[in-house]
Design a binder for this molecule. Structure first.
Ligand code: ATP
Ligand code: MG
Length: 325
């Protein structure tokens, strides 16, 4: 799947701004970014629900930019599931095949196989209005799988599930995608989800791709302040006093900001950064401290048993320079 210089405008908003992106066969690729950055728009451009103002969409070596959705080898799972409320589970899953004029014998086979994949075979005859949210999500997934698409498109499919079910479904989705080997483009604003599921991901801001890489790449080697903050909630340090306490005599590179991950700030009796503990929260695996120095406010993840005191001293164990913008 390849986007080549794709731009999409809605009035004064540029929802996709010259996006070039390639997803490898079989890859699980996520688009991650804040609300309104253009994630859904990119998915819809791939699915054919939108046509770009400029640029091209390619799937498997064929240009599909101007093709109707049903003439593309894609299937989408929507955030709202978008099931047809007057239809049963089976009818919903069969819908995409009917649109694509698959003969009824083959249709029945594929519907059963897709429902079996998601463990919903037993509820085939139920009206979808009589399903739980998690079950509806499975039907929506089965409906996409039944089409046997070359590219699966997911728009925040887990965001309506409660935390426990979301994590369970996330694991199942990863196993399923691995078994099927279907190229997948997955939209989310949840960084944990993107890190957990993706082979590679892109972080987006205001219609643009800011950085592309593996989860490890993006987490460990963010190139910009935006990516560092969006993935992992880094501390961005711009004031010279705090910077000196971290880097010592090293000179600050032009146009760069210092980034320190919360997990790389460690309390130490003779720590070089001194501040006031504004708040501390015990979170089980670790504690979160907000420390205010004379010039900046820092977030630190410390050991869960670390004893809080009014004044604290910290050392940075790792840091990194990133682009200011
Ligand atoms: N049909 C439309 N008409 C006008 N503006 C639109 C339309 N679709 C999207 N936009 C605008 O384009 C921008 C990108 O929207 P998009 O839905 O792609 O964002 P998103 O990243 O999916 O956000 P969210 O995380 O909230 O779903 C937003 O500013 C949005 O208001
Ligand atoms: Mg969206």
């Amino acid at each position: 799947m390849r986007l080549e210089g794709v731009t999409k405008r809605f009035g004064a908003t540029t929802a996709a701004d010259q996006v070039t992106l390639e997803v490898e066969p079989g890859e699980f690729f996520s688009l991650l970014g804040p609300s309104g950055c253009g994630k859904t728009t990119l998915l819809r451009l791939v699915a054919g629900f939108e046509t770009p103002d400029a640029g091209q969409v390619w799937i498997g070596g064929t240009e599909v930019t101007d093709r109707a959705p049903q003439a593309r080898p894609t299937a989408m799972v929507f955030q709202s599931y978008a099931l047809f409320p007057t239809m049963t589970v089976e009818e919903n899953v069969a819908y995409g095949l009917r649109v694509r004029r698959v003969a009824s014998g083959a249709r029945t086979e594929r519907v059963r196989a897709a429902l079996a994949r998601v463990g919903m075979e037993a509820l085939m005859d139920r009206p979808v209005t009589q399903l739980s949210g998690g079950q509806q999500q499975r039907v929506a997934l089965a409906r996409a799988l039944a089409v046997e698409p070359d590219v699966l498109l997911f728009d925040e499919p887990l965001s309506n599930l409660d935390v426990a079910l979301r994590e369970q479904t996330r694991r199942e989705l990863k196993v399923l995608q691995h078994e099927l080997g279907t190229t997948s483009l997955y939209v989310t604003h949840d960084q944990q989800e993107a890190l957990a599921l993706s082979d590679r991901l892109a972080v987006m801001q205001a219609g643009r791709i800011m950085q592309v890489g593996t989860p490890q790449d993006l987490y460990r080697r963010p190139e910009s302040a935006f990516v560092a903050r969006f993935l992992g909630g880094s501390n961005l340090i711009e004031d010279p006093a705090t910077m000196d306490r971290i880097i010592g005599d090293e000179a600050a590179p032009e146009g760069k900001v210092l980034v320190v991950r919360p997990e790389h700030l460690r309390p130490s009796p003779d720590g070089r950064i001194q501040g006031t503990l504004r708040s501390h929260q015990f979170l089980g695996t670790h504690a979160e401290w907000w420390v205010e120095t004379a010039t900046t406010s820092l977030r630190a993840f410390v050991g869960p048993d670390e004893v809080p005191s009014a004044t604290v001293r910290l050392d940075a164990t790792q840091w990194r320079w990133v682009d200011r913008e």
